[in-house]
Design a protein. Structure first.
Length: 168
């Protein structure tokens, strides 16, 4: 397993935010709309902007590709890196041994255990990034989080009304 740097645990400042997010009946709200490409209002030609509709729970969700595996993720600008549920990690072909689990963050209910990985490719619409740092959290994470390790590859993240626009 490709592991991130040993000090990466100190970089997970925002990871715990996702553990306290409000959920209706324990599940994330259904997506309002899939990411769409839209014309850039400042240019005459089409851009690779991705627009996400705000869900009923107030959050923004994205359909992301982890190599060829799809994953629905909550966009968490406060998370230092991508955090994957066990199901999304396994679907992306990531495997680990329980002995590899270590404390990767502190949540409201205590230490969060996981394993650091590097994702070869992550894409959302026309936005792609290679060798993206992530952490697999096998227990306690209700949905994968799209954090700063991917969002730093986006030139602009803006909320316009009930839409989040990611511009490359």
């Amino acid at each position: 397993m490709n592991m991130g740097p040993p000090l990466a645990a100190t970089c997970l400042v925002g990871l715990a935010i996702g553990f306290g997010m409000p959920m209706e009946q324990g599940e994330p709200a259904p997506a309002q709309a899939a990411p769409t490409l839209r014309p850039d209002a400042t240019a005459a030609n089409w851009s690779d902007d991705v627009t996400l509709a705000r869900a009923g729970d107030g959050h923004f969700y994205a359909e992301v590709q982890l190599d060829a595996a799809p994953a629905r993720m909550l966009v968490d600008t406060g998370a230092s890196m991508i955090a994957l549920t066990e199901d999304d990690a396994l679907a992306a072909g990531l495997y680990w041994d329980q002995a590899e689990l270590t404390t990767v963050a502190r949540g409201a209910s205590g230490p969060v255990r996981g394993v650091f990985v590097t994702l070869p490719q992550v894409s959302l619409g026309g936005i792609e990034a290679q060798d993206v740092a992530a952490v697999v959290v096998p227990e306690g994470l209700p949905i994968s989080l799209l954090g700063q390790s991917f969002l730093t590859h986006v030139n602009k993240v803006a909320i316009e009304g009930d839409a989040m626009v990611l511009s490359q």
